[in-house]
Design a protein around this ligand. Structure first.
Ligand code: SF4
Ligand code: SF4
Length: 160
């Protein structure tokens, strides 16, 4: 089985709903922000990097109470965090899945957290998983799942 250290691909999915929990609670100087993370009870001080300053609106960011995190941006088809260097520890430590499944073109097909916990935009794949992988015996399911997925042309990466 292929193992890697987890690395975020900046798909942004875990940050799209974080507007409820990440709050800009203060401003210190022109480009310094005070950020609260309501799940982990953290307060961090972050600097808005120079390249984002023209587009960042403090007033707007302060009003965010739901939806996407105010520090999530879209850049070249990816969704990086503009304050990642000083983001809350909760964000930095977050690992969104135990395993990822890629198709032959290297496109992410699914993020997997368990035998019955799969996130995929591909409904066909989700249905196939339910009928093929979710019903495997619990013992060693990871090994069997990897082998079935690989036989079906997928690349499977497990995270340590
Ligand atoms: S942690 Fe996972 S879900 Fe969140 S942005 Fe990175 S790859 Fe996407
Ligand atoms: S602070 Fe950054 S990593 Fe944390 S939820 Fe917001 S965009 Fe995502």
């Amino acid at each position: 089985m292929e193992h890697e250290t987890f690395s975020c691909t900046m798909c942004g999915k875990c940050c799209f709903g974080m507007g409820k929990y990440i709050r800009l609670v203060g401003q210190m100087g022109m480009n310094q922000v005070v950020v609260r993370h309501d799940i982990s009870n953290e307060t961090v001080y972050a600097t808005i990097p120079r390249r984002y300053r023209d587009d960042f609106d403090f007033g707007e960011a302060r009003l965010v109470t739901e939806g996407r995190c105010p520090f999530l941006i879209e850049e070249d088809g990816l969704y990086p965090c503009m304050i990642y260097d000083s983001a809350p520890k909760f964000c930095k430590d977050f690992v969104c899945c135990k395993m990822k499944v890629f198709d032959t073109a290297g496109k992410l097909v699914a993020r997997v957290n368990g035998q019955c916990s799969v996130i995929s935009d591909d409904l066909g794949f989700s249905e196939w998983w339910k009928k093929t992988i979710a019903i495997l015996p619990n013992e060693n399911w990871e090994k069997h799942a990897s082998s079935i997925l690989e036989q079906n042309g997928y690349r499977v990466v497990w995270y340590d």
